[in-house]
Design a protein around this ligand. Structure first.
Ligand code: SF4
Length: 317
């Protein structure tokens, strides 16, 4: 059976999307460009979001004392050694808030990445409150020539949770940022975290309906992990009973229900968090590769004869 995204995978995967957009496999190259974050430098807060430790997802070749070009070259070599060599690459400005700098500095960094002959575009991870008008205009101009996607950390659609995790912005800020990006023709991405304190399964499933109304190109789904070096690492060691973390199989069942409620045009870029085991304090799911986890979800969806958007309801305004 072929689904609306053009193949028999029961959800709209990133590999399907990249074949449609780029004609084949695309590889993201993480870049650490020396940004900080307003939730760490005192502008919005100090200490950051309680679950955050950026080192947990930063590949070893990424260091801000290296030039952008050097990180791209080392990233290409790193991925060629691990996987089949891609022919096209996206420079992924990943660590911290990658639009949190004056426009002239952003132009220098993004311009250097785009000048590399193998790089066809940028993926820029940032906070919804770090997108001033002049940055939006610049990204909009770039997007006429390159693939430009801005990834926003939604994390939760509930203001009470955002306050509880010390995000320092509201869900309304997220809605405005995504609207501003999308109306300028810039691709959008988002992260959500499941298992945040205070949220029930019903609240999390309801987020599928909420984010489906947003102008999103793609979404990354994560189970809450307690990461070494985060504020919650200390809290968890003192009061682990105040966290209710997903068991592995419980999360599989939850994600299937979430995907069933998700708008079918939104690309599901990631199904679970993938921090290296040395950083993960809890939950302990053992050693499982992300592709094996994805395969399990795929097989379960096929056996249940379900698919992305099966229970999606379009909200009429
Ligand atoms: S998760 Fe993002 S916004 Fe929050 S502290 Fe970390 S870098 Fe800053």
């Amino acid at each position: 059976m072929k689904y609306p995204w053009g193949d028999d995978n029961p959800y709209y995967s990133y590999s399907t999307y990249s074949k449609r957009i780029f004609g084949g496999r695309i590889q993201k190259l993480s870049i650490k460009a020396g940004f900080t974050c307003p939730n760490r430098d005192g502008t919005k807060g100090i200490g950051g979001c309680y679950y955050c430790n950026n080192d947990a997802f930063n590949p070893s070749y990424c260091r801000s004392d290296k030039s952008i070009t050097q990180q791209i070259e080392e990233g290409i070599a790193f991925h060629a050694w691990r996987y089949r060599r891609a022919t096209k690459y996206l420079a992924y400005f990943q660590a911290f808030s990658n639009t949190y700098a004056p426009l002239s500095h952003l132009q220098k960094l993004y311009g250097e990445a785009l000048s590399h002959p193998a790089v066809v575009g940028l993926v820029i991870s940032t906070r919804p409150d770090c997108l001033p008008e002049e940055t939006l205009i610049y990204l909009s101009q770039l997007s006429k020539e390159y693939f430009i996607q801005v990834e926003i950390g939604i994390e939760s659609c509930y203001d009470a949770t955002l306050s509880r995790i010390n995000r320092g912005h509201s869900f309304d800020d997220t809605i405005k940022a995504l609207d501003n990006l999308s109306m300028r023709g810039i691709m959008t991405g988002a992260h959500l975290i499941f298992g945040l304190p205070g949220e029930t399964i019903e609240m999390m499933l309801n987020e599928a309906q909420i984010v489906s109304q947003l102008p999103l190109t793609s979404i990354k789904l994560h189970q809450l992990q307690i990461i070494e070096g985060s504020v919650w690492a200390t809290e968890y060691r003192l009061r682990s009973e105040s966290f209710r973390l997903f068991e592995r199989n419980e999360y599989v069942d939850f994600i299937i229900k979430f995907i069933e409620r998700l708008r079918p045009e939104i690309v599901v870029e990631r199904l679970s968090a993938e921090a290296p085991p040395r950083f993960v304090i809890a939950p302990d799911w053992g050693l499982e590769r992300a592709d094996a986890f994805q395969q399990d979800i795929r097989e379960k969806m096929l056996s249940l004869q379900t698919y992305q958007g099966k229970l999606f309801k379009f909200n009429e305004k």
